[in-house]
Design a protein around this ligand. Structure first.
Ligand code: KG4
Ligand code: ZN
Length: 359
């Protein structure tokens, strides 16, 4: 160690190229995120080939900026961490290969980090102390997973989505209704203008693990509702808005969205939030959790935050600040910190693993 341990982390698992320098596992010296939203927006979702190309373009300047903002040189670091999975393999490879080459050139050891563990550590990084065992709900565009978290970075998977992730459901419903990608933030903002009880969505009873999720039925129910309500003209108007204006404001969207559609969005959000919290609370009860961690892009959702804070749960609920909820590298550095203490280094043969699991 070189005094206070410092980790440079690189995250490139999906459509964000990110780098951060974190000191002592808790002080973020810099955190840089280059988003590819403008590239993927017009396709209504992430295009893997374009994502890899954008990572290649961004990786060198993003890492350089993170080091400059932290006023660090490679020689000042104790470890270089990179996300090894899960994610898009072409995207992961860019960050991991660059981390390996920096490690090789500088002699600073390499640490491989699981992206999902990163999301959990986004909360631990900010909250400093989180009562264990904790129940972690990791909910993003790629994951909707429930984990038991114990001291010593021990995880046990309790439930997960069997089809779409919750963020994916948001993105698909938004796309279906003519909104821009990613749909989560827009639907969230518009939902507050609608009546959450206007449309009743029911979830099919699932066989097997009662803590698993399924969001594909909800997406289909929205599709049926759209088909039954003659919405083509308003959907086309929103598509036109998107084509003419690359970044519409909430007021622009509101002007293009009738009250009945706002009710639909509010009801959809209410159904998703209810589903997430019901299963998270049931899992927490099952493991006698002393806290609840909610992380990942969907943890930005205002409805989820309000419902979790006002549910009267018998343990504290922790959310990361929005910048640490969506993909970033500070959370990867935070997850790498205990591995540095255990000297759990990766070799140059470390692989990018698209389907890596946490437990
Ligand atoms: O964690 P993240 O940046 O990337 C993945 O690992 O997937 O999460 C992105 C996802 C997208 O599906 C996006 O629509 C969703 O998080 N999201 C939201 C909100 N902000 C982002 N979903 C609902 N409400 C939000 N406010
Ligand atoms: Zn993520």
């Amino acid at each position: 160690m070189k005094g206070v341990p410092r980790i440079l982390a690189i995250e490139s698992s999906c459509d964000e190229t990110a780098a951060a320098v974190v000191e002592n596992g808790e002080t973020v010296l810099s955190s840089v995120v280059a988003s590819q939203m403008a590239t993927h927006g017009k396709y209504g979702g992430v295009v893997p080939e374009l994502a890899s190309r954008e990572h290649l373009r961004a990786i060198v300047p993003v890492v350089r900026e993170a080091l400059e903002r932290a006023a660090m040189k490679l020689a000042d670091l104790d470890a270089i961490a990179a996300t090894v999975g899960p994610g898009l393999v072409g995207s992961l490879l860019v960050g991991l290969t660059y981390a390996k080459s920096l490690s090789f050139a500088s002699g600073v050891p390499l640490i491989g980090v699981n992206h999902i563990e990163g999301h959990i550590h986004a909360v631990i990084l900010e909250a400093k102390t989180v009562e264990m065992p904790a129940l972690a709900l990791v909910v993003s565009g790629g994951h909707t997973h429930l984990f038991e978290v114990r001291e010593g970075s021990r995880y046990r998977l309790l439930g997960k989505t069997r089809d779409d992730a919750a963020g994916e459901a948001y993105d698909k419903v938004a796309k279906l209704l003519g909104f821009a990608y990613p749909g989560g933030p827009i639907v969230d903002q518009l939902a507050s203008f609608g009546n959450p009880r206007a449309v009743r969505f029911t979830f099919a009873k699932m066989k097997g693990n009662a803590l698993d999720f399924s969001f594909s039925g909800l997406k289909t129910a929205v599709l049926r509702w759209v088909e039954a309500h003659d919405m083509e003209a308003e959907i086309e108007a929103r598509r036109a808005l998107r084509r003419e204006n690359p970044s519409p404001t909430v007021d622009d969207w509101l002007a293009a969205t009738p009250a009945a559609t706002l009710d639909l969005l509010a009801s959809f959000q209410h159904a998703v939030v209810n589903e997430l919290l019901t299963r998270a609370a049931a899992s927490a009860e099952q493991i006698d959790a002393r806290s609840l961690i909610i992380s990942g892009g969907v943890a930005c959702n205002s409805g989820l935050r309000e419902a979790a804070q006002s549910a009267g749960l018998p343990y504290p609920v922790y959310f990361p600040t929005p910048g640490l909820s969506t993909d970033n590298a500070a959370m990867i550095a935070a997850a790498a910190f205990p591995k540095l203490a255990r000297r759990e280094f990766a070799g140059f043969d470390a692989l990018a693993q698209a389907n890596l699991t946490l437990a």
